[in-house]
Write a new protein. Sequence first.
Length: 148
Amino acid sequence: MCPLAVTRVNLGQRCECEQPKDMISADSMDATCRQDNSSPCYCSRHGSCECGICVCQGTHRGDFCQCDDNSCARHNNMLCGGSACDCSTRTDQCRTAGKLCNGQGTCLCNQCQCNKDLFGMNCSKIANACPKFLACVTCELAIKESDA
């Protein structure tokens, strides 16, 4: 315990913390560094408790060091910046007849990212369609020639 002054009580390893009037002990000051009473860990195990305030390590942030800046969504390998901030969460440009990207892709930044062999604003066009339908077209032509 630190030496008592006439008007205040100091706590901490180096007596650096002034004890607030509403706190009884160093334990109650440390308790303010826990997210809730059931948590045995100070500062979510990602920081140290200094004078009842979490001082976060590395990329962790928040009152209890509960947020990790590295867990943010990335876009083009950029962390929470650049085009990641500009990417719209809207999907109206991807919808056709109530379906996202015609059911043939995913909507990213309000633009369709089409599945393999498809393209177009709503993934409705087939890339390299000729090889896919060659047998069918050949068959149809043969039928028409035999009818003639």
